[in-house]
Design a protein around this ligand. Structure first.
Ligand code: HPA
Length: 237
């Protein structure tokens, strides 16, 4: 047990999928894993461990925003030995050619600040995805007939943003979308020499103001779970 995770030693798999929403973690575990068992419910943050095609997998919520994700990812890596962490979540599109429902695989994650900023101080560290996971996710997406956008995203500190100029700057610099967790996940993966990737579906568009209808959210979420699992275990594609 850690401060925020009630799982016993050995109850967390080396491969962890991290949706923001704990109820999405439950749905994904019940839908895609065999013998899924709840291993954490501290503060209502749910984690489940089961198997996918014989491989042990944990699906654990991250909560919203980098401070929340940082707590869970730190404990999963440092206390439970997680080696591969894949965020599955939504983002807002920041380019016209990126459409609602599209898939984004985050090669890098820019930010104004992250929970690691205090460590980096004057350094502009460039958080990036694990190349092997990224490549395998592209292949898994293409095998499903999807054409993912691959590039930089922006991990923001606030959802209700009062600095439209920053979003414009990101758009001008080719950033594909905005979410709130990936940069810290990539920082932690680098620090602890483990693998990380963020697989994102565009749920809303900052330029056109379109939004993904509720009934499409479950399907896109299911696609992301499948792509994340196939990327983690590429021999199974
Ligand atoms: N901003 C930040 N995070 C998000 C957004 C957004 O527009 N959409 C989905 N996650």
């Amino acid at each position: 047990m850690t401060i925020h995770i009630g799982a016993k030693p050995g109850e967390i798999a080396e491969t962890v999928l991290m949706p923001g929403d704990p109820l999405r973690a439950k749905w994904a575990a019940e839908t895609f894993l065999e013998d899924a068992r709840c291993v954490n419910e501290v503060r209502g943050m749910l984690g489940f461990t089961g198997t996918w095609r014989g491989h042990r997998v944990t699906i654990h919520g991250s909560g919203m925003g980098m401070p929340s994700l940082s707590i869970y990812a730190n404990e999963l890596i440092r206390d439970y030995g997680a080696q591969t962490l894949i965020r599955i979540g939504s983002c807002g599109a920041m380019q016209r050619h990126v459409r609602v429902r599209n898939l984004i695989l985050a090669m890098t994650a820019s930010s104004v600040s992250t929970p690691s900023t205090g460590i980096f101080r004057e350094l502009n560290f460039a958080p990036c995805a694990d190349w092997g996971l990224l490549r395998a996710a592209v292949e898994a997406a293409e095998a499903r007939g999807l054409s993912p956008h691959v590039g930089g995203i922006y991990s923001a500190d606030v959802f209700y943003d009062e600095r439209p100029d920053l979003n414009e700057m990101m758009t001008r610099h080719g950033i594909l979308g905005v979410e709130m967790e990936a940069a810290e996940l990539y920082n932690l993966a680098a620090r602890h020499n483990v693998r990380a990737l963020a697989v994102l579906t565009v749920s809303d568009h900052l330029l056109t103001h379109e939004a993904l209808p509720a009934e499409d959210r479950e399907r896109s979420f299911g696609d992301m779970v499948e792509i994340a699992l196939a990327a983690a275990f590429p021999g199974e594609v």
